[in-house]
Every structure is written in C-alpha cells, then in structure tokens.
Design a binder for this molecule. Structure first.
Ligand code: GH3
Ligand code: MG
Ligand code: MG
Ligand code: MG
Length: 316
C-alpha cells in the first residue's frame, strides 16, 4: 500500500505511513457469510494496520456492535442468511449516525440500482466485486478519513481551546438531556458556578499568559475533583460551570468545599516562575425542581452573593 500506481512520490509515501499509523486506532467489523472471503478481507485490512473482527451475518453484527462500541467502520456483504446487508445497513442507521460509524457494502450485484439503494439506506460507500486491492484500500481509507474529520470538528465544537474542558454550548445541550431524566427518576444533582477572585489583578500584575495558566490550573483541579460522568465546562474568561450528577446536597457541598480549599492551598506560576496564589468563589444550587436555565441563573446569583460577602467562599 506504500506505492501509488505510476508514482514514487516521497510525500505520498509519508502520507501513507501517517495513514497506517492512524489506522491502528480503528476497529473494523467485517460481515460475510463466506469464511474464505472473511479471511481475505481480514488479511487485507490487517495489512492496512486496522484491528479487525468478523461475523457471518447481519444479526450477529448488530450484537457485536452492542458489545464493541469502539467500532469505526462496518464492511458488509449484501446476500447473507438470517439478515442481509441491506436490512443490516437500515438497522445500523436507526442507531448510529454517519458521524459515529461508517458503513461500506461489497457485492457482486453491480447494477446501478442496487448501489443507489444501499447509499439511500445509509451506506457511506459501495464496492463492486471484483475489485482491485488498490481501489479497496483507497475506499476504506476515504471513509475512515471522513469519519476522523467529522469527529475532530465535533470535538472542537464541544470544547474550549485553552483548557480542553467542555464549552458552554456542550454544557447546556448535555445538562438539559440529563436534567429531564434526573427529574423523572427523582435523582439529585447540583449545579455550581465558579469564578476566580480578582482575576484582573493576576492579569495586570503577572501578565495575560500567567492569567491563562491560572485558568488551566483551575481547570485541572476541577477535573480531578469530580467524577467522569459529571460535566465541567468553561463558560467564559475565568468562569466555570459544573454539573454534579446523582449527588446529595451535602455531598455536593463537600466536593465544592474540597475544590475551594485545593485552590486556596495550591499555587500557579508567573512568567518568571514566581508563585501566584489565588482563590475562587462558588454559587451552588442543589435542588432538582426547576428547569436548567433557572438553576444556572440561581447559581449565578449565589456566586454574586459569595463575591459580595468577601470572596473565597461557597454560597448555597
Ligand atoms: P471578581 O473577583 O469580582 O470576579 O473580579 P475579577 O477581576 O475576576 O473580575 P472579572 O470577572 O470582571 O475579570 C475578568 C477578566 O478576565 C477580564 C478580562 O480582561 C480577563 N479575561 C477574559 N478572558 C481571558 C482569557 O482567556 N485569559 C486571560 N488571561 N484573561 C482573560
Ligand atoms: Mg454472500
Ligand atoms: Mg472573577
Ligand atoms: Mg468573571
């Protein structure tokens, strides 16, 4: 796969090696009722550095997707017993969008109507048998590259560039979903608004870069003090929103108080390695009877109270 027909282009070879390196991160599910063909596909894909698993029909494939959510691409035959490739493609698209999972169909049925039927039903691509190894690898790589690009764009749109935390948009989209479920299940949760005290002074005294480092420093403390299911987001400048899922009011206060003390007792660094102390104020809401917007507004009001009362404290 390192040579392109008719070229010895060094850049092409470098691109190909980079591609192979990235392919190692992807798992492909091969579905075909012919064992010989499955083995052949598996060999070709493994030569392209992919991880590969294979099954004999569509129903087995759906089971496999449930158990292995890290599959990037499904490569399926059309005609198979139990569940054929067309039904499988339709079933897959009920659950997984094109930005989560790519589907490529391979078949000896090479009339144009079949191709169109698969593409209309959610396949990303259709490979007509027989095919050359080169066409095969190009089509697989194209679909994988498209998937990677979509995932990178999605990730960037959800995250804050400086800290790598989620952004305000992600927070509201996901917290709203969680909010509805939590209300139905009478699950308790907490929303905290957190803001660095006298942050302007850090910027003015030590410079904007040092201010940025304080923001990153705080984001690390927030991340390490909440669980993986919780959502930590940077809302603006030095202002953060935290959603703690499935916690009692008392537990939420404990967590935020630990964070507050952690910040107070640790230090961030200035441009000349000088130690910088700073503190945070927190507004904390622990009820689950309002809607998300009003809870965030209330947390914001409480944050304002904490500032008014002298900063470096939690207002509940
Ligand atoms: P308070 O205790 O009342 O919160 O006072 P404060 O000085 O922290 O007040 P304020 O929230 O008004 O200050 C925010 C400042 O943050 C204003 C702005 O110049 C600065 N800022 C905004 N975004 C960034 C950023 O990305 N990096 C840095 N270093 N500074 C930023
Ligand atoms: Mg078949
Ligand atoms: Mg501030
Ligand atoms: Mg602020």
């Amino acid at each position: 796969y390192v040579t392109k027909s008719g070229t010895n282009d060094v850049n092409y070879i470098i691109q190909t090696i980079k591609r192979l390196k990235k392919n190692q991160n992807h798992k492909i599910l091969v579905i075909d009722d012919s064992l010989v063909f499955r083995k052949q596909m598996q060999g070709m894909l493994e030569n392209m550095f992919f991880k590969v698993i294979s099954v004999a029909h569509g129903e087995e494939a759906l089971g496999m997707l449930e158990n292995a959510p890290d599959i990037s691409l499904v490569l399926t035959d059309y005609h198979m017993p139990v569940m054929n490739g067309l039904v499988l493609t339709g079933e897959i698209r009920k659950k997984y969008m094109k930005n989560e999972l790519a589907v490529i169909v391979m078949s000896g049925d090479n009339d144009d109507e079949t191709t169109a039927l698969f593409l209309k039903n959610g396949a990303n691509d259709y490979i007509k048998k027989p095919f050359s190894k080169e066409e095969f690898s190009c089509r697989i790589n194209n679909s994988i590259e498209a998937l990677e690009n979509i995932q990178e764009i999605t990730n960037n749109a959800q995250r804050d560039f400086l800290t790598g935390l989620y952004n305000r948009r992600y927070f509201f989209t996901n917290a709203s979903k969680y909010f509805e479920d939590a209300k139905e299940n009478s699950e308790h949760f907490a929303i905290a608004m957190i803001d660095i005290d006298n942050f302007k002074k850090i910027n003015d005294t030590y410079g904007h870069d040092a201010g940025d480092r304080a923001i990153v420093h705080l984001s690390d403390i927030l991340r390490t003090n909440v669980s993986n299911e919780d959502i930590v987001a940077r809302f603006a400048a030095e202002e953060f929103g935290v959603l703690l899922k499935d916690v009692s009011a008392q537990k939420a206060i404990e967590i935020l108080e630990r964070i507050r003390q952690n910040v107070q007792s640790s230090k961030t660094k200035g441009n000349n390695n000088e130690e910088i102390n700073y503190t945070i104020s927190i507004g904390l809401v622990t009820t689950n009877d309002e809607n998300l917007d009003s809870s965030v507004n209330e947390a914001d009001m409480l944050l304002y109270n904490a500032k008014q009362n002298g900063r470096n404290q939690i207002a509940v």
